[in-house]
Design a protein around this ligand. Structure first.
Ligand SMILES: Nc1nc2c(ncn2[C@@H]2O[C@H](COP(=O)(O)OP(=O)(O)OP(=O)(O)O)[C@@H](O)[C@H]2O)c(=O)[nH]1
Ligand SMILES: [Zn+2]
Length: 215
């Protein structure tokens, strides 16, 4: 049986710099994953070392949504929404994990989008390509959070499996903070599939949606 690497052996903490954004000046921290060489990031703000639960976003890379303004998904708006919430609170962390396309990579995500244009939903497209519906792994979060002494999160997510993954890693999720942003004509079907097939919690009081200025 291959031995399971100790979490601290999964990646190296390398360096950090200040990262001014439109909402706050964060500190950007760079990690390098041993097995893949992938560069994972953390953005931190305020005093996160005090042992109290930290407002947190565990964000999976979506180049099309985060960088290229794609309206097929809600990723770019979630990234912006999470950074704004952390800035409002003056304290928090965003982990930016390089697991593009729910872990299948950018080219395969584009293949999956093409299948969706032919009628498949987001889950069916992954399955047709021979992948799991969601091929992500959150094990890197543990050593990344440990780097800052964080043991408990107020996690901004609609994804119950992300909460389970944190709890299984031994990271306490003391609160879930919904992150419902940017439902539009292009991503409405995708968001409905996430709710029906992937279990995402997409219901929130109307006031909360309106407060974000989205719908
Ligand atoms: N394979 C595949 N990946 C997608 C698709 N649309 C978005 N993604 C990827 O899905 C990931 C984001 O997953 P989501 O399910 O939107 O969000 P989540 O992180 O699970 O849940 P939240 O915390 O509620 O945002 C990113 O890695 C995106 O690149 C798609 O149609 N197919
Ligand atoms: Zn996306």
């Amino acid at each position: 049986m291959p031995s399971i690497p100790h979490p601290e052996e999964l990646l190296d903490y390398t360096t950090s710099c200040l990262l001014p954004t439109p909402w706050a000046q964060f500190t950007l921290h760079a990690f390098v994953e041993h097995s893949t060489g992938k560069e994972h990031l953390a953005m931190t703000l305020g005093d996160i070392h005090d042992g109290e639960p930290v407002l947190a976003r565990v964000h999976s890379e979506c180049l099309t949504g985060d960088v290229l303004f794609s309206q097929r998904c809600d990723c770019g708006a979630q990234l912006e929404g999470a950074l704004k919430k952390i800035a409002d609170e003056g304290r928090g962390i965003l982990l930016y994990l390089r697991q593009e396309g729910r872990g299948i990579g950018l080219v395969n995500k584009i293949r999956a989008y093409r299948l969706q244009e032919a009628g498949a939903d987001t889950v069916e497209a992954n399955l047709q390509l021979g992948f799991h519906a969601d091929a992500r792994n959150y094990e890197l979060c543990k050593p990344m959070l440990a780097q800052f002494g964080i043991k408990a999160l107020k996690l901004m997510t609609n994804n119950p499996r992300k909460i389970d993954a944190m709890e299984k890693l031994g990271v306490t999720v003391s609160e879930r903070v919904p992150l419902l942003v940017n439902r539009n004509a292009f991503n409405n079907g995708y968001l409905n599939t996430k709710e029906k097939k992937l279990g995402h919690m997409m219901q929130t009081p109307v006031e909360a949606v309106a407060e974000d200025g989205q719908l």
